[in-house]
Write a protein that binds this ligand. Structure first.
Ligand SMILES: Cc1cc2nc3c(=O)[nH]c(=O)nc-3n(C[C@H](O)[C@H](O)[C@H](O)COP(=O)(O)O)c2cc1C
Ligand SMILES: Nc1ncnc2c1ncn2[C@@H]1O[C@H](COP(=O)(O)OP(=O)(O)OP(=O)(O)O)[C@@H](O)[C@H]1O
Length: 193
């Protein structure tokens, strides 16, 4: 797997998915598995474009579920071909919708895979409709738990804060414990992924 930091390589063709993917929970895993199936069907690489730190960690000081190294290790295990890591900071946030679209265009995506709530660009001005003007966007239905509640990084962070690491681990699809004071994950066991 290739990892590219703060640089968007040029691809002849690709399938792309974009997001913070903090925790790489069961919903993220489904989205990546579906994107990977499509990439294999089209015989093109799967590119995951992600942010470090996750925007909600940078902007709102939320608990970080996975370090960058852990996220990269898992993405490799899932069979992703290329990961692009964008350092998320004040400077990156100023990039406009058009600038970001130009970066993604370098990947020549045959399709972009994401949930319908994806936002991007300065002041979060871009959304899925904006992307649809330039790309073939495949919207992915949100995976829910058995009670019908959407699985999200936010929900998993809350579960850890409540001390419910069993339920959090269930939604992550692997055993994980967040017991240190900085909220950086410890004791992650990848064997179940
Ligand atoms: C080029 C770019 C600029 C962004 N600028 C902002 C911003 O000004 N304010 C903000 O709250 N989020 C900003 N974001 C973060 C997005 O709102 C969002 O968190 C990110 O695209 C990840 O999507 P996800 O949270 O669905 O994984 C920006 C994202 C990108 C790609
Ligand atoms: N439960 C889910 N099922 C399928 N796709 C999901 C699910 N949750 C998020 N996604 C998708 O994964 C990509 C990355 O999402 P993101 O990193 O914002 O996850 P999140 O769980 O919504 O995080 P947060 O709760 O911090 O907003 C987006 O395209 C998003 O729509």
């Amino acid at each position: 797997m290739k990892v590219s930091y703060n640089d968007t390589p040029t691809c002849e063709k690709s399938v792309v998915t974009i997001g913070a993917f903090d925790g790489l929970h069961l919903g993220h895993q489904e989205l990546i598995a579906q994107s990977l199936r499509e990439a294999r069907r089209m015989n093109v690489p799967l590119v995951v474009y992600t942010f470090d730190p996750p925007p909600k960690v940078f902007l709102h000081g939320q608990l970080q579920l996975l370090s960058l190294d852990q996220k990269i290790t898992l993405l490799k295990q899932y069979g992703v071909d290329t990961v692009i890591v964008a350092t998320f900071n004040e400077q990156f946030m100023l990039r406009t919708v058009d600038e970001f679209i130009q970066y993604i265009q370098k990947l020549n995506p045959v399709s972009l895979w994401m949930g319908d709530d994806f936002r991007f660009g300065k002041n979060r001005e871009g959304d899925v409709k904006t992307l649809q003007q330039s790309f073939n966007v495949q919207l992915f239905s949100k995976l829910t738990c058995e009670k019908g509640i959407r699985i999200s990084s936010t929900r998993i962070r809350s579960l850890f804060k409540e001390g419910n690491s069993n339920k959090a681990s269930q939604l992550l699809g692997r055993v994980s414990d967040h017991t240190n004071s900085k909220g950086v994950s410890v004791n992650d066991h990848y064997s179940k992924v």
